[in-house]
Design a protein around this ligand. Structure first.
Ligand SMILES: [Zn+2]
Length: 229
């Protein structure tokens, strides 16, 4: 029995880690515990995943170990919210949270606003996803969700090179490490991924360039009262 299975909303659980760490496996086990172990009514539990994840099936979450759970694919955070509201679900499991990259006009991730609304309505929200992209940078809305979470479940895999605990996802293109200025999402490209530890993780190019110029991770310009005259 998962300890996590007895939470009550409003509550935000974020399950994060690299690829092959067992995030989908965790969601599937949690769902089984909620419906079989604790007798929760399954119609009050929603299971969703971002439609961009088509690794196995459109309408289900499939773990790398081959376990399956029916899930509603959604293309945006707005669509996620609309469906949850219309169904009146009280517990919501969302897989592939990092793919909800849609932002509103002031540049904030819509998924973060949606999760805040759901918490305001007393929902227990569980979001699983990659906390870091292939370069090791915060992946989309996951960083904000981790900061807002009531509970963080941090999973790791085994490094494909040395066997140490792996917290990063290595992207390989034609067997070589991807470049730091490669697109964040490659759809249908010939790339492969494997879990790696920090010591073995490789990115071609200068990460500082991408961090400050391509993706706007620069900290806001706020003067420090301790140092400014
Ligand atoms: Zn390693």
């Amino acid at each position: 029995m998962l300890q996590t299975a007895d939470r009550q909303g409003p509550w935000l659980t974020v399950v994060s880690g690299p690829m092959f760490a067992g995030k989908s496996e965790f969601l599937i086990a949690l769902y089984r515990n909620l419906t079989e172990g604790r007798g929760r009514e399954s119609e009050y539990i929603g299971v969703y995943k971002h439609a961009l994840d088509k690794r196995y099936g459109e309408g289900e979450i499939v773990s790398h170990a081959g376990k399956r759970l029916p899930a509603t694919p959604v293309g945006s955070a707005e669509e996620l919210y609309t469906r949850i509201r219309s169904r009146g679900e009280r517990v919501v499991l969302v897989d592939e949270g990092q793919f909800f990259l849609d932002a509103d006009s002031d540049g904030r991730y819509v998924l973060v606003r949606v999760v805040s609304h759901l918490l305001g309505r007393g929902v227990w929200v569980v979001v699983a996803g990659l906390d870091k992209d292939f370069r090791g940078f915060p992946f989309g809305p996951m960083a904000d969700l981790l900061a807002l979470a009531d509970e963080r479940i941090s999973l790791f895999a085994r490094c494909a090179v040395c066997g140490a605990p792996a917290t990063l996802t290595q992207r390989l293109v034609d067997g070589k490490p991807a470049r730091v200025d490669d697109p964040l999402l490659l759809v249908g490209a010939e790339e492969a991924y494997e879990p790696r530890c920090r010591r073995c993780h490789r990115v071609e190019g200068d990460p500082q360039d991408a961090r400050t110029t391509l993706f706007g991770f620069r900290a806001p310009d706020v003067s420090n009262p301790l140092t400014s005259g």
